[in-house]
Design a protein around this ligand. Structure first.
Ligand code: ATP
Length: 458
């Protein structure tokens, strides 16, 4: 009988280093994200010590409660590796050495030792499997994993080393899991929409999202915050709701306009943590544009973020931490009269800084920041959190002057947060400029292609 529901999973990560708090569990989050993308809901992630009795109880409970049980760790050669024996006991089956796993282990170890007699007996423990299990030969390590049918669904045993677990899950376990579950459950890959909302506190953004009239029965919704950056996620689990995601998207885009950054769909399961600066970096590389920065209140933060990613030398030329007025004048060529008249924290000075950096470094794009990061230095006219962010860009296709846009922001929070938000905004201006330059170049190339083919030639 086909159950018309999605399968539910429990994940059991074993290892006393986890329950003692020495190692942070990497396998639970990895597997949970992968299962979600496959359309398998995760009900529980548990950490268990290397104690056979605890393990046996947990596995017995899990297989009675969940359709899919994933166990990680405890497949190694040492005395604290119990998983195979415990699973065998829970299933009432014997343990066997797997000939192919044994052969691979022999081959590997004989490169290091002269004869088989030197191999300690416990080494072979890593070739043990439960009789009747489907064996998953380790693509990167030695200990094989296993797939076993349970009354409700499937139990999967995977190695503990995250690199091994990830390779084995993705290459071997996931396709087999889907094949086995497909006959018994409604398995649909959900449509997952992710976007970053930049520069809004979580509670404000949340209130505005709640007011949009989104039907949360059709899409699962989540929001998580990092300084200045929110990740919102909408998951349409059922195929009939997939198209609804487009409506949600346009509601959000209308609401957050310039402050929303829609992430490409179909990213890997774990790309939740995709940093904004990486998106900026990739957009700049794709555009082929070069970049410079003139930073007063951020004093190097923008330069740091731009160079956090390998390959940034193709786009980032350099920056000036122009903290003192004298540096703004001497290095960036900001006219002293401008600073006297408007003050260093002003639209005019910010624009002049961006122009100056563009000229100084010979860059295509330059960003500038000047503001009051606090906690001191604020005034009624120029309060703490006031930051100007400017972008200088080449003249448009029609020629003429370089363009400079300046934004005035009132950021919140402490000094650290104000600076982080200022840098984030500057990076976002760069990203947008790079994305539109890439789009213009693509449109230009397409038009040139049409002209080259000419009428009647294509
Ligand atoms: P192998 O047989 O390949 O050695 P194993 O199944 O024996 O792997 P464990 O002995 O449980 O795995 O763990 C090996 C190492 O992998 C641990 O020392 C730990 O550093 C790491 N590890 C295990 N489980 C996790 C986890 N859930 N998250 C992060 N690291 C883990």
């Amino acid at each position: 009988v086909t159950a018309a529901r999605a399968p539910r999973a429990w994940i059991l990560a074993t290892g006393s280093e986890l329950t003692r708090g020495e190692t942070r569990d990497a396998n639970g989050p990895f597997l949970a994200a992968e299962l979600t993308v496959l359309g398998i809901g995760v009900e529980r992630i548990a950490l268990l010590p290397d104690e056979p009795a605890v393990l046996a109880r947990a596995i017995a409970e899990a297989q009675a409660a969940a359709d899919v049980v994933l166990v990680s760790g405890g497949l190694g050669p040492t005395a604290d590796d119990h998983t195979v024996r415990v699973v065998a006991e829970v299933f009432g089956r014997p343990v066997r050495r797997h000939p192919e796993a044994e052969r691979r282990m022999r081959e590997r170890v004989l490169r290091r030792v002269a004869s088989e007699s030197e191999i300690p007996e416990n080494y072979w423990k890593q070739s043990e499997v439960v009789e009747g299990a489907e064996v998953l030969l380790n693509p990167v390590g030695l200990a094989p994993g296993m797939l076993l049918d349970t009354a409700r669904g499937v139990l999967v045993v995977l190695p503990g080393v995250p690199r091994e677990l990830e390779a084995m899950f993705s290459e071997l376990a996931a396709p087999r899991l889907l094949a086995r579950l497909g006959a018994r459950f409604a398995l649909e890959a959900p449509r997952i929409f992710r976007a970053k909302i930049l520069g809004h506190p979580e509670s404000w953004a949340e209130a505005r999202i709640q007011a949009l009239g989104i039907d949360f029965a059709r899409v699962e919704y989540g929001i998580s915050a990092r300084p200045g950056e929110l990740l919102v996620k909408f998951i349409a689990h059922r195929a009939p709701d997939h198209a609804y995601v487009d409506q949600v998207r346009s509601l959000l885009e209308r609401e957050f306009a310039a402050d929303i950054l829609v992430l490409p769909e179909g990213l890997g399961a774990r790309e939740n943590d995709l940093e904004h600066s990486r998106l900026v970096h990739e957009a700049l590389l794709a555009s082929g544009l070069t970049v410079a920065a003139a930073e007063s209140c951020t004093a190097g933060l923008i330069a740091k973020r731009l160079t956090d990613h390998a390959g940034s030398s193709a786009s980032f030329l350099g920056g000036v931490a122009a903290y003192a007025d004298r540096v703004k004048e001497a290095v960036l060529g900001v006219p002293p009269a401008l600073i006297r008249e408007h003050g260093a924290v002003s639209e005019a000075v910010c624009a002049a800084m961006a122009r100056g950096a563009r000229r100084l470094f010979g860059a295509d794009l330059a960003v500038a920041t000047t503001g009051v990061a606090g906690p001191g230095g604020g005034s009624p006219e120029k309060p703490v959190g006031l930051v100007y962010v400017a972008l200088a860009a080449p003249p448009g296709a029609g020629g003429g002057e370089e363009t400079v846009e300046v934004e005035r922001h009132r950021f919140w929070g402490d000094r650290r947060n104000v600076r982080a938000l200022a840098a984030l905004r500057a990076l976002e201006l760069l990203r947008r400029a790079a994305v539109s330059a890439t789009a213009r170049a693509a449109a230009g190339a397409a038009a040139a292609g049409r002209r080259a083919r000419g009428p009647g030639n294509g």
